[in-house]
Write a protein that binds this ligand. Structure first.
Ligand SMILES: C[S@@+](CC[C@H](N)C(=O)[O-])C[C@H]1O[C@@H](n2cnc3c(N)ncnc32)[C@H](O)[C@@H]1O
Length: 230
């Protein structure tokens, strides 16, 4: 018989977040970078890429990619901060993108797409990012979810292949710490630190700041020393 306490314990176990950085992160990242990822690219991803390809390739501007941009607040912010660049905000959620406040204007655009496909299509087209932002990606904090985090995912080589200076922000220090370990395993030096900001640039950053969470940022130059990405 399953008691109410058993059920609560089960629920608790199910939800327990990871308590410390995982040691196998380096191994997982290195393995992904030595393996060709054969996941097919969806037809809608190819169509989404085609919709912006011309604009990006004709712009002559440095390219900033804001992956998993949610409502695109950060995309708008980056476009204002880097007026000479073209900023591409990517997210798979039509619902989030529809809540964008602001007009996509001369130097930014938002696109609904799965970045796991978009990154590969962009690399195949010969694109290089100047900067790449990944702000508050889903943390997948349960130990069993390590391969869903971007640095443990088979999509990691596709992210690395686009180059650029990568900036990742998170409210979970392990995520930043493990990301640095994963990058180190493929020859990219990155550093993470706690940041203090009073002017949030994304929806999640606003939420985390309001509830007093600590925020962390890692920065690494993907143009230097990416080892073995296929
Ligand atoms: C926690 S939210 C953060 C959104 C935004 N960067 C912010 O800070 O407010 C994570 C976002 O990642 C997006 N996402 C997750 N997996 C994705 C994928 N494979 N391709 C594109 N977007 C994805 C989700 O739709 C969601 O908007």
């Amino acid at each position: 018989m399953v008691t109410a306490i058993d059920a609560r314990m089960k629920l608790h176990r199910h939800k327990t977040p990871q308590q410390r950085p995982r040691s196998e992160v380096a191994q997982i990242a290195a393995l992904h970078c030595q393996t060709v990822w054969r996941r097919p690219i969806a037809a809608h991803s190819t169509a989404a890429f085609a919709a912006v390809r011309d604009r990006v390739e004709r712009s002559g501007q440095t390219l900033i990619i804001d992956s998993c941009c949610g409502t695109g607040d950060s995309t708008r912010h980056l476009a204002a901060a880097f007026p000479d660049s073209l900023v591409l905000g990517l997210d798979k959620s039509a619902h989030r993108l529809a809540r964008h406040r602001g007009a996509e204007d001369s130097n930014y655009l938002l696109l609904r797409t799965d970045v796991r496909d978009f990154w590969r299509l962009a690399h195949d087209a010969g694109w290089r990012a100047w900067r790449h932002y990944l702000l508050y990606p889903n943390p997948y904090p349960k130990p069993s979810q390590i391969r869903k985090r971007w640095y443990g995912s088979p999509a990691l080589p596709a992210l690395l292949n686009l180059g650029g200076v990568l900036t990742v922000r998170t409210n979970w220090s392990f995520y930043a710490e493990e990301f640095v370990v994963a990058l180190d395993a493929v020859g990219v030096e990155a550093k993470w630190r706690e940041i203090a900001t009073e002017r949030p640039i994304t929806g999640f950053e606003t939420k985390y700041l309001a509830r007093g969470d600590a925020l962390f940022e890692l920065v690494g130059d993907l143009n230097v020393g990416v080892g073995g990405a296929k």
